[in-house]
Design a protein around this ligand. Structure first.
Ligand code: NAG
Ligand code: NAG
Ligand code: NAG
Ligand code: NAG
Length: 399
């Protein structure tokens, strides 16, 4: 009986491995957010009578820890690409791999760190254009000057603002900040975030912006969560006042919603991500195809691309942000040898809160988290694949 069961089990295993073996990875495009950085703004002191922690880097810079975390990502991906047989265990050539970053220090240095981890002592270096200005490919600005597009995008922004439900988060954040004793309360009478209106700023050549409590509280929460990721002492993270996961979940809703309002709508996404979508389309149509492309941009890039492509709602377990630092959308082209067809698979790959805060080294035994993503217009099968051709048609239609 036992022997018979083992026999059946072996047949089962054989069937499984045959099934797996007929898919071959052909091409990968990784769209990554930069890793852990310092807060983006210096003018937080008015929001609280408490003292803010000091950072030893400039504003919006990748920290040393962020660079280390990103080099772990690089090492991990090199290992994965070797295992899948897409890259050789020796150094790949510059024809096989291209790592391309936006011009900000945090994106450039994330790309350099990824290359250090993945292609140590290989002749591969990260590329970015030679300018201090935003690279147009990564610049998530409003471009289309037509009134029709403006009307649509404003309607999308208004819709998202109408659905905002942040009162509970605002109240809790006000307690943590001691808002009633802050400068903005005493001088500007901004004593209750939920009493103020968020205004849409729609200017061609600028990012879609919201001025009001959403922006202010987002800057505050961003500074707080970055200090948590950085591993600062408890008293330097929101003055020791956030101790429970539920508090983080509630408060980081502000960060998720700020991105959701500003970048997660379809007409808006297609507009602000236009050059990036064109670039991505080009990578998938160039002949001969380059095996691996890694792009380093911002949460705004990931969100606008996902909105333009119509990604289904997803959850990232063990994280508070919807687009975490160092998190990657991994577009994969697979070939199904049995059926002779090409397939798309998309994953979100990211370091969990623990992996970030405790600087955990990554390997195939301690991998970053992988979450399956799905396009609304390209349903996946049980293996997470959707037809490649359908995806290509979609890229053409939105470009
Ligand atoms: C390194 O790569 C660059 C460009 O990809 C190439 O021009 C150069 O010859 C390579 N150097 C070596 C030592 O292979
Ligand atoms: C958001 O608020 C900060 C101050 O907290 C301000 O410096 C910045 O200009 C505002 N950003 C936008 C996009 O309005
Ligand atoms: C983006 O918007 C869709 C609805 O249009 C929603 O289901 C999804 O949760 C949003 N994503 C994020 C990260 O907020
Ligand atoms: C998905 O399909 C709907 C209905 O045909 C269409 O309106 C929408 O533009 C499509 N989205 C994408 C990203 O192709």
């Amino acid at each position: 009986m036992a022997r018979k069961l083992i026999f059946i089990f072996l047949i089962f295993l054989t069937i499984l491995s045959v099934d797996v073996n007929c898919f071959k990875l052909q091409q990968v495009l990784i769209l990554s957010r930069h890793n852990l950085r310092t807060p983006l703004t210096s003018n937080l002191k008015d929001t609280s009578p408490h003292k803010w922690p000091k950072w030893k880097y400039d504003y919006g810079y990748l920290t040393d820890k962020g660079a280390l975390l990103e080099s772990y990502m690089g090492e991990y991906f090199k290992e994965w690409l070797n295992e899948q047989g897409l890259l050789p265990p020796v150094c790949p050539t510059a024809d096989d791999v291209f790592v391309y970053a936006n011009t900000k220090q945090r994106t450039r240095e994330s790309a350099n760190a990824f290359v250090r981890g993945a292609f140590k002592s290989c002749n591969i270096s990260a590329y970015s254009i030679n300018s201090e200005k935003m690279d147009p490919v990564f610049n998530p600005i409003l471009r289309d000057t037509s009134e029709e597009t403006k009307r649509k995008i404003i309607a999308e922004l208004e819709n998202k603002l109408r659905e905002l439900d942040l009162d509970e988060a605002y109240t809790h954040l006000s307690e943590i900040l001691d808002l009633k004793n802050s400068h903005i309360c005493k001088n500007d009478l901004l004593c209750d975030f939920s009493q103020f209106k968020n205004e849409i700023v729609y200017v061609i050549g600028q990012e879609p912006r919201i001025v009001g409590p959403l922006n202010t509280t987002n800057n505050v929460m961003d500074a707080i969560i970055m200090s948590y990721y950085e591993g600062m002492a408890n008293e330097d993270v929101a003055w020791g006042k956030i101790n429970k996961a539920q508090q983080w979940t509630l408060l980081t809703k502000i960060i998720r919603e700020n991105q959701n309002v500003r970048f997660n709508s379809s007409t808006l996404g297609r507009n602000v991500a236009k050059p990036l979508l064109k670039y991505i389309q080009g990578v998938f149509t160039d002949i001969p195809p380059r095996k691996v492309t890694v792009l380093f941009g911002h949460d705004s890039n990931l969100n606008s691309v996902m909105a333009a492509l119509g990604l289904k709602h997803y959850e990232l377990p063990n994280h508070y942000e919807a687009t975490p630092p160092g998190g990657k959308i991994v577009f994969q082209k697979w070939h199904d040898e049995k059926m002779n067809r090409d397939l798309l698979k998309i994953n979100y790959v990211y370091q969990t809160i623990d992996q970030i805060r405790n600087t955990y080294y990554l390997s195939s035994k301690n991998p970053p988290f992988w979450v399956d993503l799905e396009l609304t217009n390209c349903s996946v099968d049980k293996n997470g694949f959707c037809p490649w051709e359908k995806f290509q048609k979609m890229l053409i239609s939105i470009n």
